[in-house]
Design a protein around this ligand. Structure first.
Ligand SMILES: [Zn+2]
Ligand SMILES: [Zn+2]
Length: 254
């Protein structure tokens, strides 16, 4: 059985736990040492129960807490060579595992499939996790959708998808023009309507969980993200979950 939960999602910090049997993997860690431990406790876990940390890219909200947490608890870190350049120079090689962005690998009972995404980072990837029976696809921090991403996320039981902003709210909001262009650009972040279009392009016959993630607190509202994803999936809005910055979302079984 594949279970997953979010420790929090958004530009102030991200962390998602995937579990199969006694194998538990943390995807990204954008929280401080103490906050990460507290957030893990909230979902019933201790740091010693993590078999690895998989990293998507070097931005602080994803990687800011990785090195210290991994060092403190002696947890291996899986990341691309591009992301690894942002580890502190004295980070021990014994805890480093390089990820090739097109090659699946295993962490105990979990299979992990990376795939590259267009984002303004050195070598960003996102991941599909599987226990052999169910698949969870996670994709945040991407400015645009490629056919490769559509293929990777098709056929999943569970999806966590970035709904960063409502384009009108972003454009009419307080961000400087240059930042508006970065966020909405091809290497920025996915808007609600981009996310809806992505979902509509996927093969969804096995889909049972669809969760909006990485919502901007300035430029989005949960009900707008939910509306876009439910339109894309052709389902009731009540069926869509939302990952919040403070609480993420509770355990789900894929
Ligand atoms: Zn981010
Ligand atoms: Zn990012």
């Amino acid at each position: 059985m594949l279970r997953f939960t979010s420790l929090g999602s958004g530009s102030s910090g991200n962390g998602l736990v995937v579990e199969s049997g006694t194998t538990r993997v943390l995807m990204d860690c954008g929280f401080t040492l103490a906050d990460t431990k507290a957030r893990l406790e909230r979902v019933g876990l201790a740091p010693s129960q993590l078999a690895g940390i998989v990293v998507t890219h070097e931005h602080d909200d994803h990687m800011g807490g990785v090195a210290r947490f991994a060092l403190r608890h002696a947890i291996p870190v899986y990341l691309t060579r591009g992301s690894a350049q942002w580890l502190p120079p004295d980070f021990p090689a014994v805890l480093m595992r390089y990820v090739d962005s097109h090659t699946a690998f295993s962490i105990d009972a979990l299979s992990v499939e990376p795939f590259p995404v267009p984002h303004d980072a050195r070598e960003p990837v996102q991941y599909v996790f599987s226990d052999g029976a169910s698949r969870l696809g996670v994709v945040t921090d991407l400015g645009s959708v490629t056919q490769h991403i559509v293929e990777k996320l098709s056929g999943c039981e569970a999806l966590v998808i970035e709904c960063n902003h409502d384009l009108d709210m972003l454009m009419e909001g307080p961000y400087p023009v240059s930042l508006k262009h970065r966020v909405s650009g091809r290497f920025g972040h996915l808007s609600n309507s981009d996310a809806g279009r992505l979902v509509s392009a996927l093969e969804r016959s096995r889909l049972r969980h669809l969760i909006a993630a990485h919502l901007s607190q300035q430029n989005n509202r949960p009900e707008l993200a939910v509306r876009a994803l439910s339109a894309g999936a052709g389902c009731e809005p009540a069926w869509i979950g939302v990952a919040t910055q403070d609480d993420g979302f509770a355990w789900r079984e894929a």
